[in-house]
Design a binder for this molecule. Sequence first.
Ligand code: TA6
Length: 287
Amino acid sequence: MDVKQLPTTAVLSDFVTVCELDGLKVVRVIHPKATAAISLFGAHVLSFQPAGKKDLIWMSEKADFSGTKAIRGGIPVCWPWFGKAAEPSHGFARNSIWTLNEHRENEEGVIISLTLEDSAETRAIWPHAFHAELLIEVTDTLKVSLVSTNTGESDIVIGGALHTYLNIGDVTETIVSELGNEFIEAGERKPSTGNTGFDQEVDRIYPHAAETVVIEDPAYQRRMTVTNSGNNAVVVWNPWEALSISMGDMADDSYKTMVCVESTVYDRSVTLAAGEKHTLTTLIACQ
Ligand code: TA6
């Protein structure tokens, strides 16, 4: 995505502007270290391009930016649960309008803070008081931190994921490694060699992945790393051909240039007592 082309609606600082993408308001960072774009709908990172490099983040050429459905690509914020633990799938955060809370910058980069709090709409889906903050740190790496706070009086139980779609040259040549000795696929636990290539659909939960997962992308002659904390698993997903064809917001062959590597709390295993916080992070770098 060429974020520099989006029409500007407000200038917030030397490096931060607000711009428009179809119906969406987008916070854009153009800094000597990197460019990035974050939609207020979903607090969704759309693009992160370190200076002199191709975008590290994949965005579907058929993504829907109308604000009526989750965006295909980028970094969807799945919260307060991952997957089909409840309805809607992957929670409501990725379909909610977040507030731009703060932006700070220096010569190393820019930090954007977006927030979401409970409302009549969220309580109709999930009857709890909360404060969520997404911190997006744009330097020559991208760090995304989701801080969940229980602002109610009784315990809440949460899961979630920073569901990153990575931009790669050719999935058939890509290897993801440091994934640990076991994965869960369709509810079944299976032994793992700790790495995976791709020649069919992959949709796996790796509960023993290392803190830093490595993605080798020979077609783009680069290696990316994804370093996570606050998670209890890394999810690796590529939909392959049949599923891509069935999805209206993916081109039929676009599965070839993406892989999701997700910092995940997959089973709603985090309990927060009144006033407690939990932080889920992912840090994406490219050598
Ligand atoms: O993280 C993997 C996954 O849960 C897959 O099962 C998959 O279908 C996907 O996320 C995408 O979900 P979505 O709701 O965005 O279509």
